[in-house]
Design a protein around this ligand. Structure first.
Ligand code: FES
Ligand code: FES
Length: 159
């Protein structure tokens, strides 16, 4: 059964978008299915795994816990905003160099949480456990993710 439709407007990765959504639609689904931003992954759909993490008005948020209509008027950033295959961000490059991912399912969410932590000026050495504690990775055992973040952190403090 279809629910009521509303038109919402958001700034997504720097672009103004307007999209018709069912009032029950999750932001994660609208990003993936309506806006084709499939870098945001959906695992648990109840706020536990962290795969769907994006930035909403600069703060990290689980997009599976937000109705799209709640994001009306918001500024959204997804992993697609960080870089591209030919031009990775410094953090993405650190993950690549240190084999910080295997299947990659968890990676976009981790990158977005780290992005928020960096912007807030957090000392990643201190908050790393807390940030990673919000993300479930089934593949890596976290060692290479930690290595990637530590390498990135070491590089950024010497620049
Ligand atoms: S899909 Fe949102 S936290 Fe798991
Ligand atoms: S790299 Fe596969 S779940 Fe993290």
């Amino acid at each position: 059964m279809k629910s009521e439709i509303r038109t919402i407007a958001m700034t997504v990765n720097g672009e103004q978008v307007s999209v018709d959504v069912e009032v029950r639609a999750l932001l994660s689904d609208v990003l993936r299915h309506d806006l084709r931003l499939t870098g945001t992954h959906v695992g648990c759909e109840h706020g536990v795994c962290g795969a769907c993490t994006i930035l909403v008005d600069g703060e990290s948020a689980r997009s599976c816990l937000i109705l799209a209509v709640q994001a009306d008027g918001s500024t959204i950033e997804t992993v697609e905003s960080l870089g591209s295959v030919s031009s990775l961000s410094a953090l993405q490059e650190a993950f690549r160099e240190n084999h910080g991912l295997q299947c990659g399912f968890c990676t976009s969410g981790i990158l977005m949480s780290l992005c928020a932590a960096e912007r807030h000026g957090e000392d990643l050495e201190e908050t790393l456990g807390e940030v990673l504690g919000g993300h479930i990775c089934r593949c890596t055992g976290y060692q290479n993710i930690r290595a990637a973040i530590e390498a990135h952190w070491a590089k950024s403090v010497t620049q």
